[in-house]
Design a binder for this molecule. Structure first.
Ligand SMILES: [Zn+2]
Length: 442
C-alpha cells in the first residue's frame, strides 16, 4: 500500500506549485485536483485568488466529546535555481532509492504520507472517534496569506481542531545506540523589518557635508553586523541538545550561556550546518538580505531601504527586537525608521497529551523506542495560526538512516532536494498508526 505515497509525492512534485511570493504563482489548483483524483472524493475548496486553492475535508467523529485532529500539510514549494541541480527538479526521478525534486522534504513527502494515511477516513472506510480534518493548504511558503491565514480567520467553524500535525518532519537522531525522533513543537517568532533612511539629493561631485541616506544606512547596518545578538538557553533547548550526539563537554558548553558562542564557533570548523542550526536555536537572528539606495551615480542618495529577516526565541517579542536594533545601530539609530512587515510571536505547544502519546506509541511500534525529542523550528509554518488559537501542533516523520539530521537541514529550500522512498513509506505508516492510536485512545 505504502508505495502509493511515493507515487503521490512524484505527482505533487511534477505539478510544480512554485510559490515565488506573488499571488499569480503557486497555482495549487493542480495539486488539489491530484488529491481529489487520488481520494475519489471532493473536499471544500477555497480559492482567495485565481488558482490559489486550498482544500478542507472534515469528517465528523463518532463521539462528539472526543478531541479532534487535523492533518494540515501545504502544497506549494519554493523556486529553484536549476543550475545547482544534478537532475531536473520537477521530474521526480527516483535515483538510488531517493525521490529527487523540489518539495521532496519541504513538505510534499509528508503531504503525500498524510493523504494516504487519511484516505480510509476520508472515503468512509474507517470512522474517526473525534473529528478528523485534512487541510491541504496553499501559500505556506509566503506566509499563508492565501491559504491558512484566511481559512483560520474566516472559517474557524470549519478548520478548528484540538490537535494538528504539519511541519517539520526531521530524520531521527542517533547517538551511540540511543535513538530519538525529533518532534517539532514550536517555532521562533518572525519580525521581518524594513529599515528606511532619508537624506537630501545633491551633486555627487560635492559630497562634503551632504545628507546622504545611504551612508546613514550603511552605518546602521554595520552596527547591526558587529553587535552580538542576544542568546537564550530555553528548557526545550537544554533537553534537545542531549540528543545531538556531541561530547559531554560540548553538550555542557552548549547549555552554558557564557560558553555557548565559543562552542558554536568551535563546532563550525567541522560542521558549519550544525553550528548554524545551534546558533539559530539559541539566539535572536538577524539576516540583512536586501539593500536599495540612491538613483544615479552622480546624485547624493536621498533614500535607502533595507530588509531584514529577524527571528526571535520565545519571549523575544517586537519590543525586545526593536530595542536590540536601536542599540546595535548606535549613533545612526536616530536616522533610521523601522517598519515591521511581519510580526508573529514564537509559538510553542506543550507535550504530554493524547497526540503526544499516540506519536510515542507509533514510534515505539515502528522504531523500537519512544524517545521523542521536542524541537523548536527556526522557520514559520502554518501551525502558528492554529497555535495562536490554542490548538496543540506538532511536526513529525519517520525516516530511514540514509539521511542525517544535519544533512536534511541543507536540503530545505536547497539543491538536489531529495528523500528516500523508504522514508516516505515509513512516514506514511507512522501517520496510519498515529491516527489509529489517537482515535482509539482519545
Ligand atoms: Zn514547508
Amino acid at each position: 500500500m505504502s508505495h502509493e505515497a511515493v507515487e503521490l509525492l512524484q505527482a505533487l512534485i511534477r505539478n510544480q506549485c512554485v510559490n515565488d511570493g506573488t499571488p499569480e504563482s503557486g497555482f495549487e489548483v493542480r495539486s488539489v485536483a491530484t488529491l481529489a483524483e487520488y481520494l475519489g472524493v471532493e473536499g471544500e475548496v477555497f480559492e482567495p485568488a485565481p488558482g490559489r486553492q486550498s482544500v478542507v475535508y472534515r469528517i465528523p467523529g463518532e463521539d462528539p466529546e472526543a478531541p479532534s485532529l487535523a492533518l494540515a500539510p501545504h502544497l506549494d514549494v519554493v523556486p529553484v535555481d536549476r543550475g545547482g541541480w544534478s537532475v531536473d527538479p520537477f521530474a521526480a526521478d527516483i535515483v538510488d532509492g531517493f525521490v529527487f525534486g523540489r518539495g521532496a522534504v519541504d513538505m510534499l513527502n509528508v503531504t503525500a504520507a498524510m493523504t494516504v494515511a487519511a484516505r480510509p477516513y476520508l472515503v468512509g472506510e474507517r470512522k474517526p472517534r473525534g473529528d478528523l480534518l485534512f487541510c491541504a493548504l496553499a501559500d505556506e511558503e509566503n506566509g499563508g496569506r492565501l491559504g491558512a491565514m484566511p481559512l483560520v480567520e474566516n472559517r474557524w467553524d470549519l478548520v478548528k481542531a484540538d490537535y494538528l500535525l504539519t511541519e517539520v518532519a526531521y530524520p531521527g537522531l542517533l547517538v551511540d545506540d540511543h535513538k530519538a525522533v525529533p518532534v517539532s513543537i514550536g517555532e521562533k517568532g518572525a519580525y521581518w523589518s524594513i529599515l528606511e533612511t532619508a537624506g537630501s539629493p545633491g551633486h555627487g561631485s560635492l559630497p562634503y557635508g551632504t545628507d546622504n541616506a545611504l551612508e546613514k544606512m550603511v552605518t546602521a547596518l554595520a552596527g547591526m553586523v558587529d553587535t552580538p545578538v542576544p542568546a537564550d538557553i530555553t528548557e526545550d533547548w537544554a533537553a534537545f541538545v542531549r540528543n545531538l550526539g556531541l561530547s559531554e563537554e560540548s553538550t555542557r558548553r552548549l547549555v552554558d550561556i557564557d560558553q555557548l558562542d565559543d562552542e558554536i564557533d568551535r563546532i563550525a570548523v567541522s560542521d558549519p550546518t550544525l553550528a548554524r542550526y545551534i546558533h539559530a536555536a539559541t539566539h535572536l537572528t538577524i539576516s540583512t538580505n536586501i539593500l536599495r539606495a540612491g538613483t544615479k551615480t552622480n546624485v547624493v542618495a536621498d533614500r535607502a531601504h533595507a530588509e531584514l529577516d529577524i527571528r526571535g526565541l520565545p519571549g523575544m517579542d517586537r519590543e525586545f527586537v526593536d530595542s536590540h536594533l536601536q542599540k546595535a545601530m548606535g549613533t545612526a539609530a536616530g536616522h533610521v525608521e523601522i517598519r515591521p512587515i511581519m510580526d508573529s510571536d514564537a509559538t510553542v505547544s506543550t507535550i504530554g497529551n493524547p497526540l503526544w502519546e499516540a506519536i510515542g506509541d507509533a514510534v515505539e511500534e515502528l522504531d523500537g523506542h519512544r524517545n521523542l525529542a521536542p524541537t523548536l523550528m527556526m522557520v514559520a509554518t502554518d501551525a502558528r495560526f492554529w497555535r495562536a488559537r490554542g490548538t496543540v501542533c506538532y511536526g513529525v516523520g519517520l525516516f530511514d538512516d540514509r539521511m542525517s539530521f544535519s544533512e536534511m537541514l541543507t536540503l530545505f529550500h536547497g539543491q538536489d532536494e531529495r528523500v528516500s522512498a523508504a522514508s516516505v513509506e515509513r512516514t506514511t505508516t507512522l501517520y496510519e498508526r498515529v491516527l489509529a492510536r489517537f482515535f482509539a485512545e482519545a
